[in-house]
Write a protein that binds this ligand. Sequence first.
Ligand code: KIV
Length: 289
Amino acid sequence: MEQKKITVPDIKERKKSGGKITMLTAYDYPTALLVDRAGIDIILVGDSLGMVVLGYKDTVSVTMEEMLHHIKAVSGAVKSALVVGDMPFGSYNVSIEEAIYNANRMMKESRADCIKLEGGCQVASVAKAIVEAGIPVQGHIGLTPQTASSLGGFKVQGKSVEAALALIEDAKALEDAGCFSIVLEAIPSPIAKMITESVSIPTIGIGAGIDCDGQVLVIHDLIGLFERFTPKFVKQYAKISDIILSAVEQYKSDVESLKFPEEQHCFSMNSKEVEKLRKIKKIKRKKMD
Ligand code: KIV
């Protein structure tokens, strides 16, 4: 049976129906197949790609070309989930025209269903222009990794009254701009709850408590495949790096001790044919001599 594709209106509707939205990152075809098969609502091809897949120190140097390459792999695998393409740093801060151009590339070249960009009031006009160009936009406020250095590093945001009020304003500005949902990252739970109650579009939390309309995590954190650091808000459901390491070590040991390949991994041939071949080989060798 054909799986039903989740749409932007389906996600907006969840806020009313009360069902929690599940969102997870994926960056490649096989992982996207599994995440989609598990029934996750939204797959984000996040610019966290830079850190968890490409080994960069942060997300700032991730390029449009890298994002397009990975979104294409993910959208080719997905049958049901909504695919969000993350706009990398520098792709929407030069001009509105360039932001629309890059958002169009995500839709046309890599077949994202919508895009995400970081920032509140200061990017609302860009978000609005992209929405008006016909591309659904997901906002992202709180800890915004692309501008973490201006925020004083990877820190919880909205801890003072002024900062919390500014976040509520950011959320409202994104709602007014026509965003269909907002990611809330590293925000104290009571503030995330207030934001969630003050906007009509769904909030999707990462380190923002239980009261958001949905939750998102980076898949490498969830499965234990990123070892550099694990943020407090991560729940690790598996330790895949141990499984991979053990499998690779066993393979190395089996090759070195002639335990691999075994009979069942090899292709056999009729022994008479092998004998014939040996004779031909001998003749050829004699001729060459
Ligand atoms: O890039 C990313 O993975 C993200 C999530 C942390 C929401 O923006």
